[in-house]
Design a protein around this ligand. Structure first.
Ligand code: PMP
Length: 393
């Protein structure tokens, strides 16, 4: 079976990390893959996570299987964090624990394929490359809606709305809640109500990807996007990830939440989600979800986690400013001010593919299209990066 098999092309982002690892230059900088780095360039385990792990080690008594959707305690804390503890949506929402945000997208994709095999999933131009990979692997059609405007380095909201006005009823629209990957360009707070009204009128189903809760403006501000959709009483999905905001990258901890119009409808729908999981990986691993539940069920640990999360958000924002100021200080007149307005870990920097290649020759690794992981900038590499960017422009 394998003798005639040609190798698959490397993943565009993880492949970059392989090239980075192989680079012997001690001054190399990886601004490719989306992982958070602290001021020392490390991706540490959060202190609140360490405390929760210690507690789990001391108190856990079994490694027996979890239920198919994961532990009910985890689903409850995920919903409260997603929607706020006073939300009116809980009766018509069900959540399962998935292997990261990617697992949530895939379970959602398989579930959609089962319920509506002809559905098309609409994604923003551009979007995280794996969106097309995951929904394509689930056998769904994929189409694009306009989003980023290269002329302004911002959002083309009119074009986005015009495209979403033409999405047929029953199709799925993938929306990045905040910290859009790869651009860092988000909707204004008021934009969500307009989209909710289009979804309600046209009958398409929002599928929210929420991989960066707390990285844009704060936990409460970031979740505000859901409110008009909940108020409109419509169906939607949320795929959330705790890879970044709890730093649980390799514990594969996320969730898929299905929101229906009624409590009865959500139970029927969720029974199919469970079937999908059963035939994929049967039931989730425990550790990451148990860490999150332990933290979010403790007021003290929640406080500690929120403080650490805020530190990450503030640090990334300060690196955005330093990047813009640094490029200017190296004699470049071009205005990169939009980088400060962008949110989350990523920036569509405005660097061309030629610039990206020239940076690579200087051992600075940036994803094609000019996406920079701002969270990979630190006090010790920022000046070298700014000098190199100024040099290749
Ligand atoms: N969606 C988006 C927009 C992401 O950026 C990522 C992570 N890079 C994911 C989903 C997947 O998250 P996870 O690593 O938890 O699978």
């Amino acid at each position: 079976m394998f003798n005639e098999t040609k190798p698959a092309p490397p993943d565009s982002i993880l492949g970059l990390t392989e090239a980075f690892r192989a680079d012997s230059n001690p001054a190399k900088v990886n601004l490719g893959v989306g992982i958070y780095k602290d001021e020392q360039g490390a991706t540490p385990i959060m202190a609140a996570v360490k405390v929760a792990e210690k507690h789990l080690l001391e108190t856990q008594t079994t490694k027996s299987y979890l239920p198919i959707p994961g532990s009910p305690a985890y689903s409850a804390v995920v919903q409260k964090l997603l929607f706020g503890s006073d939300s009116s949506v809980f009766d018509r929402a069900r959540t399962c624990h998935t292997p990261g945000g990617t697992g949530a997208l895939r379970v959602g994709g398989d579930f959609i394929k089962k319920l509506n095999p002809n559905a098309t999933v609409w994604v923003s131009t551009p979007t995280w490359a794996n969106h097309k990979g995951v929904f394509g692997a689930a056998g769904l059609n994929i189409a694009d809606y306009r989003y980023y405007d290269a002329a302004t380095n911002g959002l083309d909201f009119s074009a986005m709305k015009a495209d979403l006005e033409n999405v047929p009823a029953g199709d799925i629209v993938l929306l990045h809640v905040c910290c859009h990957n790869p651009t860092g360009v988000d909707l204004e707070a008021t934009g969500w109500a307009e989209l909710a009204s289009i979804a309600k009128t046209k009958g398409w189903i929002p599928f929210f990807d929420f991989a960066y809760h707390g990285f844009a403006d704060g936990l409460e501000q970031d979740r505000a996007a859901f409110t008009p959709f909940i108020d409109a009483g419509i169906e939607f999905f949320v795929a959330n990830s705790y890879s970044k905001n709890f730093g649980l990258y390799n514990e594969r901890t996320g969730g898929l939440t299905v929101v229906a119009e009624t409590a009865d409808a959500v139970d029927a729908a969720f029974s199919h989600v469970k079937k999908t999981i059963r035939t994929n990986y049967s039931n989730p691993s425990n550790h990451g979800g148990a860490i999150v539940s332990t933290i979010l069920e403790s007021a003290e640990l929640t406080q500690q986690w929120e403080t650490e999360l805020a530190e990450m958000r503030v640090r990334i924002h300060s690196m955005r400013k330093k990047l813009v100021d640094g490029i200017k200080n190296h004699g470049i007149d071009r205005d990169f001010g939009y980088i400060v307005e962008q949110r989350g870990m990523f920036s569509y920097s405005g660097l061309s593919d030629e610039n990206v290649q020239a940076l690579r020759d200087k051992s600075i690794y940036v994803v094609g299209g000019g996406r920079i992981n701002v969270a990979g900038l630190t006090p010790s590499n920022i000046d070298a990066v700014c000098a190199a960017v100024a040099d290749v422009l």
